[in-house]
Design a protein around this ligand. Structure first.
Ligand code: DLL
Length: 433
């Protein structure tokens, strides 16, 4: 079993960390070139050989991998280890095209669980804690990833998976869960139910580890208030193992990337050129320790910024900001770029609940943007004119944030379906035509 807690790695001086990354990169590129004909062909086409890669300064010479490559090489075309050495697969929940299947050797599972354990420790977890894991178990990486991390820390682990909210709350209360792991949208649902059923004041939660979907600072404060805990962000993707690629420390000023395992770059998504630290662009990762499915320069499509200043927690690893949305999630409405997270920020700042749906359509050759949001209970019993005043306030706040008009429809409390995993907030009907 790997050793999860390595403060000497998390606090390593950057020069030493970069030397470690360089050494691992050189080895990884050679292994992939020798074992993965698909990636070798890409390197050959670019005229790069393993001999050209001497360290991280040569990373930019290597070709990118994208989701399209993963689909083309489905299911085993990017395997870098014999299938008989693999012990697990996970797969993405993509709704279009072929699923992405990621393979793991035992070594890969160990390193991944170490990364999740670091996240739990950073959120204050110790072997005294009771960790309730309500991310889905199965092909999705959320459940088994945090589960493995929790074991490594020695926490009592409740492998709940998602759904069955009543039972979740019962176990949370009876077993005195102290750390909650789930998507932020499911946490909202749990919080709402805990308050309604009166369980809220009997809970012992102190912190939570939320990720797998975009969520705003406003949503963080809302859940923290409702559940009386401190909420930590965790980031990851199936292609790179799952949750734990990056995680927040107590400073909550960006997520530390586990740089001894993943090299992060920010590129311009159009020119594909690497951008300097602090620039906004697409996040690209190279996995330098994975054996079975080692992604090199994998384009995540997540729009993000990196910062390298040392964090006051003592960790030296680069931090990534909350992803500002995925380049493929960005909506272009009447020529204007709109991220769903901007809409969420406005709604929550205006005192609305995070139960909303964004509907984009095209009528008479013009894009339309409709936002359905549930009326808070206290406003629901109010007069029609109070409700229409609130709608007008929301329309003008949205116009100020987005630069375009949106129609707002206040709907009855609980009329929008709740999510037990990743919430589906956007319905873009234009894609159906
Ligand atoms: O969502 C892995 C995960 C599970 C992360 C549990 C955190 C907690 P995928 O299903 O492959 O893997 O989806 C990966 O989800 O590229 C981001 O767009 C998004 N995402 C993941 N974490 C965050 C986060 C898991 N903290 C995709 N904030 C990524 C915003 C996130 N987006």
């Amino acid at each position: 079993m790997g050793n999860y807690y390595q403060p000497e790695i998390e606090t390593m001086p950057r020069a030493q960390l970069q030397a470690l990354q360089s050494e691992r990169l050189v080895e990884q590129v050679r292994r992939v070139y020798e074992n993965v004909p698909y990636y070798r062909a890409k390197m050959d086409a670019k005229g790069v050989t393993p001999d050209d890669i001497h360290g991280i300064e040569d990373l930019h010479k290597l070709p990118f991998l994208s989701k399209a490559d993963l689909r083309e090489a489905y299911p085993c075309g990017l395997l870098a280890a014999p299938k008989k050495d693999c012990v697990r697969i996970h797969s993405t929940s993509g709704t279009t095209g072929k699923r992405v299947v990621a393979f793991y050797t035992q070594h890969d599972v160990d390193l991944w669980e170490d990364c999740c354990a670091r996240a739990i420790v950073a959120a204050g977890g110790t072997d005294e804690d009771v960790v309730q894991v309500c991310y889905g178990y199965g092909l999705f990486t959320g459940g088994l990833g945090l589960h493995g991390g929790s074991h490594k820390v020695g926490c009592l682990t409740l492998p709940m998976s998602s759904g069955n909210t009543e039972r979740q709350l019962q176990f949370m209360e009876d077993l005195e869960a102290t750390i909650l792991c789930c998507t932020p949208s499911y946490a909202m649902y749990l919080a709402e139910s805990a308050i309604e059923t009166g369980v809220r004041d009997r809970l012992h939660l102190k912190s939570a580890i939320f990720g797998a979907e975009a969520w705003t600072e406003e949503m963080r404060h809302d859940i923290e208030d409702k559940l009386g805990l401190k909420a930590y962000d965790i980031y990851g993707l199936t292609e790179l193992s799952g949750p734990g690629v990056a995680f927040e420390c107590a400073e909550q000023n960006g997520m530390h990337i586990n740089e001894d395992h993943f090299i992060a770059e920010i590129i311009d998504p159009v020119t594909e050129e690497p951008l300097p630290l602090g620039s906004k662009g697409e996040l690209v990762f190279t996995a330098i320790t994975k054996q079975a499915f080692p992604m090199i320069r994998y384009r995540t499509r997540d729009i993000c910024m990196l910062k390298a200043e040392k964090c006051s927690c003592g960790r030296t690893h680069v931090r990534m900001c909350k992803p500002m949305g995925r380049s493929d999630d960005m909506l272009i409405i009447r020529g204007v770029n709109v991220f769903p997270s901007q809409i969420e920020t406005v709604l929550l700042n205006q005192g609305m609940p995070a139960n909303y749906q964004i509907i984009v359509d095209r009528v008479n050759n013009s894009d339309t943007l409709d936002i359905e949001v549930e009326v808070p209970q206290e406003l629901f019993s109010d007069t029609v004119s109070a409700i229409s005043k609130k709608e007008k306030e929301l329309v003008s706040a949205l116009k100020a944030m987005l630069g375009i008009m949106a129609k707002v429809h206040l709907v009855a409390p609980k009329s929008i379906a709740r999510s037990e995993g990743k919430a589906v907030r956007v319905i873009d009907k234009r894609k159906l035509y």
